[in-house]
Ligand binder design. Structure first.
Ligand code: SF4
Ligand code: NI
Ligand code: NI
Length: 707
């Protein structure tokens, strides 16, 4: 068979090429030259996942390459052998690529991303498990023309698919103005062997979220087949090395669809579809990816790919709020007779009456009636406004409540976007995402500068009432916590327990979110658990919670203490916003974030730390957390609370800002506590920061020894 022959010859070529490059590198730099990708805890992830052989230097690669050639490259043309040839090709590509990163080289120039770091992988954990991103398409080669290729990519973006691009399709997308880059969940990896970064990204999901130990080949493959919903679209003329790489994808469980004629298709695995209108859909079908289509009658594309898009001032047709004008957004629960379903009213000028570059006020009032709606859900639903509007291509939304700031891009205006369309987006999304609690929605949008001053009073009153209610919402004041097992699709043994004062470690699920989501899907990932008998009030352990965790962690975690990092702490899946680690010398703990790439006083970067805790195992002394947990009054009280924090990156200090000052005052640490916390400008080793802590008389130094 032509395909199998290609896979065999391609594997021979790829491994020989790897051998040549490796020999050359050894000769040039020496066998002792260290080799690893930047900002990852998994070295060369393909090798780490599949064989677990330890690779430290380029010299270590030679025997590995030899082994895989001998065991995998088989001339007999069968499907099984083609997959083994594919596996060998993955090794070869990983080695070729890793050599590009020797001696700290940064080989990938704009627009190419090259290797995707661990923090990027972790960032997409939640959208992948909650199916905001329902799957991954790897598109390689060169499309028949730029226009239809761009359309193919844009259609997949609109469906929320994560996209990896390699070869000429990247230039074709750029030519047609398709928005690509990490911010758009569309990664232009590079040319040729750079496609391996899609593969090592996928393998890291198993290592980071699945908690699969290095070298467990069967489990690594099972994880890919079951949980990583990826497929390959091969465009344009193929060659033997590409054939071999495609069988590497099939080896992992990812089907391939091509626009080229294929003499003998392999049903479900290797099919041909020359029509660009159909090829994406066929790929999705072959991988069993189901997509919920919401038809929104607006002239712009709506999808998570555009959430990360920023619109600069000079690209904005009009902007609202952000301190330049009055703005607010409000979701209200209303009675049935107060809501006319689907009604959108704009009070004030439409976009055609707004000159280019102007500033207007904006009030968005979303009135919801639903039989199962509760006042508690208003805040939960209101925060969705941010995402829903941001999903619009050419729309930008930041902050919330009366701080919100919106820009409508010139491109959106040119496409015919109207202020009224904001209402169309919100109505469609609320009804499709929250069908169980939303029966009727109406939206009122205010752009009139007099009317808004009147209406904002309603909003401010609502916010104040909501805040007062939230203040009373403490761990003690409720009998029921909620589980979150959403991440089990990636981390099968991990269970988050969310309480009023502890947000899920992804930062995206609060107790109220979980409560609302349980109302929407009673059998879903958020289950109410009555705490029951308290086993340890100081460390925070309850019988019913432990029973739940034990059952739902596949009997791997028996006891969790909520209020400590030291003894049976909560487990992590892998998509934590921040990680805490103890610093024995300073008698305190440090926190680093996914955004902070630098070294930290525990001797590890975020990526390295993240590699030590994840996959649903308990690691005393380390814990993944959501950022907002830090200012909670239930922040590790059993270990001394907030006063234990001795180090965090500046970025986190700025992010927490006044909340951190307020929390410190509440904890009796004083408003200047934030200044006693060291950051990277003070030092990145324990020795460097200790004198600073002593000078500032940091409270942790007076506390009981941590260990
Ligand atoms: Fe995942 Fe936990 Fe966030 Fe749920 S709360 S989405 S399980 S990290
Ligand atoms: Ni946007
Ligand atoms: Ni997670």
């Amino acid at each position: 068979m032509e395909l199998f022959k290609g896979a065999y010859e391609g594997a021979v070529t790829a491994t020989s090429y790897a051998e040549i490059l490796l020999a050359k590198a050894i000769k040039e730099y020496g066998a002792d030259t260290p080799v690893k990708y930047p900002d990852t805890a998994y070295r060369l992830p393909v090798i780490t996942a599949l064989s677990g052989e330890e690779v430290n230097t380029i010299g270590d690669l030679a025997p590995i390459l030899n082994r895989i050639r001998t065991t995998n490259i088989k001339e007999e043309l069968t499907f099984e052998n083609a997959k083994l040839n594919g596996e060998a090709t993955l090794y070869a590509a990983e080695i070729i690529e890793a050599l590009r990163y020797l001696n700290g080289a940064k080989p990938d120039k704009y627009p190419y991303t090259g290797f995707l770091s661990d923090p990027i992988l972790r960032k997409f954990g939640v959208p992948l498990v909650d199916q905001t991103i329902p799957g991954v398409a790897v598109i390689i080669g060169k499309g028949k023309d730029s226009k239809s290729t761009a359309k193919l990519v844009k259609d997949l973006q609109a469906k929320g698919i994560m996209i990896m691009l390699a070869n000429e399709v990247i230039e074709q997308c750029i030519e047609e103005g398709v928005k690509i880059g990490v911010d758009f969940i569309t990664f232009p990896l590079g040319n040729f062997t750079q496609v391996i970064h899609a593969v090592n990204f996928a393998f890291r999901a198993g290592l980071a979220f699945g908690g699969i130990p290095a070298g467990q080949r069967e489990r690594a493959l099972e994880y890919q087949a079951k949980r990583v919903l990826a497929f390959v679209i091969q465009l344009g003329p193929n060659d033997i090395v590409k054939f071999a790489a495609e069988f590497g994808a099939i080896f992992m469980g990812f089907p391939v669809v091509t626009d080229q004629p294929v003499a003998e298709e392999i049903p479900d695995w290797y099919q041909s579809e020359p029509d660009y209108e159909k090829i994406g859909k066929l790929g999705l079908e072959m991988r069993g990816i189901k997509i919920k289509i919401v038809d929104i009658p607006v002239p712009i594309t709506i999808g998570p790919a555009f959430e990360g898009e920023t619109i600069r001032k000079k690209d904005a047709w009009v902007e609202f709020g952000g301190g330049r004008s009055t703005s607010f957004e409000l979701v209200r629960m209303c009675d049935a007779d107060q809501v006319e379903d689907g009604k959108i009213e704009v009070i004030g000028p439409e976009i055609d009456e707004m000159p280019e570059g102007s500033v207007f006020p904006l009030g968005i009032m979303v009135d919801i009636y639903g039989r199962k709606m509760q006042e508690d859900f208003e805040g939960v639903l209101e925060r969705r406004v941010h995402y829903f509007i941001n999903y619009g291509e050419g729309l930008w939304h930041v902050a919330q409540r009366n701080m919100m700031w919106v820009r409508i891009g010139k491109n959106a205006k040119a496409a015919g976007f109207k202020i009224k369309d904001l209402g169309e987006i919100l109505i469609a999304k609320y009804k499709s995402d929250y069908p169980a609690i939303v029966d009727r929605v109406q939206v009122t949008i205010i752009t009139d500068k007099d009317v808004i001053e009147d209406k904002i009073k309603i909003a401010l009153e609502k916010y104040a009432a909501r805040d007062a209610r939230l203040k009373g919402l403490t761990d003690e004041s409720v009998e029921t916590y909620y589980s979150c097992t959403l991440c089990q699709s990636f981390a099968p043994n991990h269970v988050c327990i969310v309480s009023p004062e502890r947000v899920g470690l992804c930062g995206a699920v609060s107790w109220l979110d979980a409560k609302a989501s349980n109302e929407i899907t009673p059998t879903g990932p958020n289950q109410p658990i009555e705490k029951g008998e308290c086993m340890d009030p100081v460390k925070g352990s309850w019988k019913n919670l432990n029973d739940f965790i034990y059952t739902h962690s596949n009997r791997t975690v028996e006891n969790v203490n909520f209020y400590t990092i030291m003894d049976s702490p909560m487990t992590s899946c892998g998509c934590f916003e921040a990680i805490m680690a103890i610093l024995p010398l300073c008698n305190g703990i440090m926190i680093t974030t996914r955004e902070h790439g630098g070294e930290t006083p525990c001797g590890m970067t975020f990526s390295a730390l993240a590699g030590t805790c994840g996959g649903g195992v308990q690691t005393p002394g380390f814990m993944g957390i959501g950022r907002r947990y830090i200012t909670s009054s239930k922040f590790i009280p059993a270990d001394g609370g907030l006063g234990r924090i001795v180090w965090m990156p500046k970025e986190l200090k700025e992010y927490l800002g006044q909340d951190l000052v307020d929390a410190a005052v509440r904890a009796g640490l004083g408003a200047d506590f934030i200044d006693k916390i060291a950051d990277e400008t003070v030092g990145t080793t324990e020795d460097e920061i200790l004198p600073f802590l002593e000078e500032k008389q940091h409270p942790a130094l007076q506390m009981d020894p941590l260990m």
